[in-house]
Ligand binder design. Structure first.
Ligand SMILES: [Zn+2]
Length: 68
């Protein structure tokens, strides 16, 4: 099963999703079509997905710190 790493367009949280058509954010429950969201990465390995998510979150945190 392919896992997509998606950043929620509404709240900006990065998370894995296996949805095929509709993405629903785990954090803010925002729903949108998969085709409309930006898919950061794809993998079919769930452990790799978790590693990718934590990497991307770290990069995002670094970027946000740079803006301060
Ligand atoms: Zn969200």
């Amino acid at each position: 099963m392919e896992i997509k790493i998606i950043q929620c367009p509404k709240c900006g949280q990065i998370q894995g999703s296996m949805a095929l058509k509709i993405f629903q954010c785990k954090f803010c429950e925002h729903k949108t079509k998969i085709r409309k969201v930006k898919i950061l990465k794809k993998t079919d390995d769930s452990e790799k997905a978790l590693a990718l998510i934590s990497n991307l979150k770290m990069q995002k945190a670094v970027k946000e710190n740079d803006n301060l």
